[in-house]
Design a protein. Structure first.
Length: 476
C-alpha cells in the first residue's frame, strides 16, 4: 500500500504525481494515511470532470420548453388536508417512512465553531436545532403510534461532534434503534489552472464534502439502504438541519405524495420578486427541474402570466419526500446526480511546503445537488407552503437583515403566537412565546391544549410538561 513506485504508476497517467513530493520526509504512519486517501480517489473521474470544466448548461434552451408548473397551491390545501393527513398517518403508523436531516454544515458564518445542528436557536428555551428536530420526530411518532426512524447525514467536519453531542444528550429521548448516523463523501479540490490536486498538508489532499446530492451514495456505503430495506421503509422525509420550521414530518405532506403517486415531492415557496436567490422549480416536458438563481436567464425570470404573476414562481426550500426506490436507482445511474463545479478559494501547500492562502478563487470543487433527482422521478409533485409556517433557515451572521439567529427566533415566536392567538389565548404585545413540538406539534394541537381566554403576559416556553415563564434576563 505504501509502495511509492506503485503509487506513481497509478498517479502518473493522470498528471498527479506531484502529491508525493513530500513522500521522503513523511513518517510511515503519514505515508499510510496519504496512500489510503489516494486509494479512495477516482482519478479518471476527476480528469473527466476537469476536462469538461468549460461546459455550460444552456438553461435558455431548456426553459424555451417550459410549461405551467403543476402544483398544489396554498389555496388548494384545505380541501385536501384531511384526506392527505389520514393517508400520511396510516403510512407512518405502518412503518413505511423515515425522517432524514442533512447536517453536514458548520456554523462558521454564525461565529459558531461547531456543527450547525448544535446551535441554540430556541428563542426562550435555547434548544438546539437538533433537539427541535428530534422533538418533532418524537411528536410525530407519538401521533401515529409507531416509531419514526431518524437518519442524520453528517460531513467529515461535523460527524464526530454530532455523534458525541447526541449520545451525551441521550438522543433527546429518541430510542437508539431509531437513530442512524452516516457521513457523506468527499471530493478532492483541484487547481483551476491545471486540474492538479492540491495538498493542504504534506500527507493530505485538500477535500470538501461532495454536496447533499452525495446522500444516496453515502447511504449505500454506510449500510443505510440495507437498513431501510430491513425495516420495510419506502419513503424518506428529507429536510435540512438549519430550518427549525421544516414541515417534512407533517403527515399531510407524505399523504399528498402518496395520493398523487409521486416518486419525489418537493415543497416550494412563492417568490416575492424575479431576483429572489432561490432554486427555481420548473416543469419541462412533464418533468420537474431546478434552475439555480444564478443560472436563470433574466428574460425567463421576468416572464409573467396573464394575471401578472411570475411564470417562474416556485422557490425550492430543500424539503422533500423521496421514494427509496429512486434513491437506489440513483446510486447506479451516473447521470442522475451529476457533479457541479464551483470556483472557490482553497488554501494549499506550495512546492516548498509553505501554506498559501489565495486572495481569490484558485480551485475547483465538485459537489452534487439532491434536487437533480427531480427529472429522474417517474412522477414529481410540487407543494406550495407558507414560509411563515415552514421556512426560516438559519444561514447568516448575527445582525444580518434576514436568516440570522435573531431573525429566525422572531419567526418562531411569530408562528407560535399565531397558534395561541387563533386558539383564543390572549397575549400581551410583548409576550414572546415558544412551543415545543412535544407540547403541540401544530396549530390544531395547540388549540386543543389551550384554554380559551387564558392570558399570557410574560415570556413563556410551552415545554413538554406545560407552560413555563422565562426570565428575559436569563437569555442575555
Amino acid at each position: 500500500m505504501n509502495d511509492r513506485d506503485e503509487l506513481l504508476n497509478r498517479l502518473g497517467p493522470f498528471g498527479q504525481s506531484h502529491v508525493l513530493r513530500f513522500w521522503d520526509r513523511l513518517s510511515e504512519s503519514h505515508r499510510t494515511s496519504l496512500a489510503s486517501q489516494l486509494a479512495r480517489i477516482d482519478f479518471a473521474e476527476i480528469s473527466r470532470l476537469y476536462a469538461r470544466r468549460g461546459d455550460v448548461a444552456d438553461f435558455g434552451r431548456l426553459l424555451e420548453r417550459m410549461e405551467p408548473l403543476p402544483a398544489i397551491r396554498l389555496a388548494d390545501r384545505a380541501e385536501l388536508a384531511a384526506e392527505a393527513s389520514s393517508v400520511g398517518l396510516s403510512a407512518l403508523a405502518a412503518g413505511r417512512a423515515a425522517a432524514m436531516v442533512v447536517a453536514g454544515g458548520q456554523g462558521t458564518r454564525l461565529g459558531f465553531e461547531h456543527p450547525k445542528g448544535l446551535f441554540p436557536i430556541g428563542p426562550l428555551s435555547r434548544r438546539t436545532l437538533f433537539q427541535i428536530h428530534v422533538e418533532k420526530v418524537l411528536a410525530t411518532s407519538r401521533r401515529c403510534g409507531a416509531g419514526l426512524p431518524l437518519f442524520v447525514m453528517t460531513s467529515p467536519a461535523t460527524d464526530a461532534e454530532t455523534r458525541e453531542f447526541l449520545a451525551r444528550n441521550d438522543r433527546f429521548g429518541l430510542p437508539a434503534e431509531d437513530l442512524f448516523i452516516f457521513c457523506q463523501g468527499t471530493m478532492p479540490a483541484v487547481s483551476a489552472a491545471d486540474g492538479r490536486l492540491l495538498l493542504d498538508a504534506e500527507d493530505h489532499v485538500a477535500e470538501s464534502p461532495d454536496g447533499h446530492g452525495g446522500m444516496p451514495a453515502a447511504l449505500a456505503r454506510s449500510g443505510g439502504l440495507d437498513e431501510l430495506a430491513r425495516r420495510g421503509i419506502e419513503h424518506i422525509l428529507y429536510f435540512q438541519v438549519d430550518n427549525p420550521l421544516a414541515a417534512a414530518l407533517d403527515p399531510w405532506f407524505l399523504g399528498l405524495h402518496l395520493l398523487r403517486g409521486a416518486e419525489m415531492s418537493s415543497q416550494v415557496v412563492a417568490k416575492r420578486s424575479p431576483e429572489d436567490r432561490v432554486g427555481n422549480v420548473v416543469s419541462v416536458d412533464g418533468r420537474l427541474h431546478v434552475v439555480e438563481y444564478s443560472d436563470l436567464p433574466d428574460e425567463f425570470a421576468q416572464l409573467r402570466s396573464a394575471d401578472g404573476s411570475l411564470m417562474v414562481w416556485a422557490g425550492s426550500i430543500a424539503v422533500h419526500v423521496i421514494n427509496v426506490d429512486l434513491l437506489r436507482r440513483s446510486v447506479t445511474d451516473r447521470q442522475a446526480l451529476p457533479f457541479h463545479l464551483a470556483h472557490k478559494r482553497v488554501p494549499f501547500l506550495d512546492d516548498e511546503g509553505r501554506r498559501i492562502d489565495p486572495p481569490a478563487p484558485n480551485a475547483i470543487k465538485f459537489e452534487r445537488f439532491i434536487f437533480d433527482l427531480m427529472p429522474h422521478a417517474r412522477k414529481g409533485l410540487v407543494v406550495e407552503v407558507d414560509p411563515a409556517e415552514a421556512f426560516s433557515p438559519l444561514k447568516n451572521a448575527p445582525g444580518s437583515a434576514t436568516d440570522s439567529p435573531q431573525w429566525v427566533r422572531e419567526r418562531m415566536i411569530d408562528l407560535h403566537r399565531r397558534w395561541l392567538s387563533d386558539a383564543g389565548v390572549r397575549l400581551s404585545e410583548t409576550a414572546a412565546v415558544e412551543i415545543s413540538p412535544l407540547w403541540a406539534l401544530d396549530a390544531d394541537e395547540a388549540a386543543r391544549k389551550s384554554a380559551r381566554g387564558a392570558r399570557v403576559v410574560r415570556p413563556t416556553y410551552f415545554s413538554p410538561d406545560g407552560p413555563v415563564e422565562v426570565d428575559p434576563a436569563a437569555l442575555s
